[in-house]
Design a binder for this molecule. Structure first.
Ligand code: A2P
Length: 295
């Protein structure tokens, strides 16, 4: 795993709260529209990387939302430069002074084949219009929330898991992450570890808040302590037995889902069978779904 960053590591929340030790990055005049500067890049596997960019002072978003980001490309017909954009969930929480994203590299993908080479100091485009359904506002009040992710679908939950509202609204927060291989779990695992150790977050949310957090990683194509698709592990009841919790019921359980299309469809059916209904910003109910975006 390789990390490159523009400035030394620090607690972003701490920096935001004390507001003293962070010099704003000096930015040159932008040639591209809605440009933001890359501050850190971390490669987790040969196909997965995360990066952080400067955040426009005016940008407000709700944890779990996504924005369009990308690079300029030359139009083959006209020779003109135009933006090439894709939807990316914001992986950082709303209080963070920077924005974080988590991406797969698709070797022949028009955007990620280029984006994989970004480094601190580079500019990229970020349209400052956050949207999305994986937000607390789209769910009715409940006692337990499930975050179901596959692959890079972990990204919006990396935001929500660092949002104080998640712990204020629920007694129990369960995040499941299914990936093909063990290395693909690393970003999520590192994030969970950092949350459990984050003293500033603890001060903000309350002592022992992370005791509400349960993490359930599984792999499907490489040996790990827990193997299998989360959907199969739910059907067999194994996940509930492993965690020592009751099965899902509509009265108290809420769920957010983000993964590949087949996974989203399958788990959506299962949640409906448990009696949960799909919610939206304008019509909150018991669960919400978003596709993990690919190039
Ligand atoms: P599997 O290896 O059995 O296909 P991908 O990398 O293709 O996006 O998949 C990410 C993870 O999601 C993989 O572990 C994959 O398992 C799993 N997955 C794919 N489709 C489904 C599904 N319909 N239900 C549950 N898990 C799925």
């Amino acid at each position: 795993m390789a990390t490159v960053r523009a400035s030394q590591t620090r607690s972003n929340l701490g920096a935001l709260m004390t507001d003293t030790n962070v010099a704003p990055p000096s930015k040159p005049a932008k040639a591209m529209p809605d440009a933001q500067t890359v501050t850190e890049v971390k490669h987790w596997t040969d196909r997965l990387f995360s990066f952080r960019v400067t955040r426009p002072a005016s940008l407000r978003f709700r944890s779990g939302e996504f924005v369009m980001i990308g690079l300029m490309q030359t139009d083959e017909k006209t020779g003109r430069e135009k933006p090439l954009l894709r939807a990316y969930s914001i992986a950082s929480p709303a209080w963070d002074e920077e924005l974080e994203f988590y991406s797969i590299i698709v070797q022949d993908g028009p955007l990620t084949s280029r984006l994989q080479h970004i480094k601190p100091g580079d500019d990229l485009i970020m349209r400052p219009k956050p949207v999305g359904t994986l937000v607390h506002d789209a769910l009715l009040p409940g006692k337990r929330i499930w975050f179901f992710a596959t692959g890079t679908g972990f990204a919006p939950f990396a935001s929500l898991l660092r949002d104080p509202q998640t712990y204020h609204d629920y007694d129990e927060v369960i995040i499941t992450h299914t990936c093909r291989e063990v290395g693909e779990l690393d970003y999520g695992r590192a994030l969970i570890d950092s949350i459990r150790k984050d003293e500033v977050l603890e001060e903000l949310i309350g002592e022992g808040f992370h005791e509400k957090l349960r993490y359930y990683p599984t792999t499907t194509r490489e040996e790990s302590p827990k193997m299998g698709r989360i959907t199969d592990l739910m059907r067999s009841g194994e996940v509930f037995r492993d965690l020592g919790v009751d099965p899902i019921v509509p009265e108290t359980d809420r769920a957010m889902v983000c993964g590949n299309l087949a996974f989203n469809l399958e788990i959506k059916d299962m949640l409906e069978e448990y009696g949960l209904r799909e919610g939206a910003n304008s019509d909150p109910k018991e669960y919400v779904v978003e596709k993990a975006f690919l190039d």
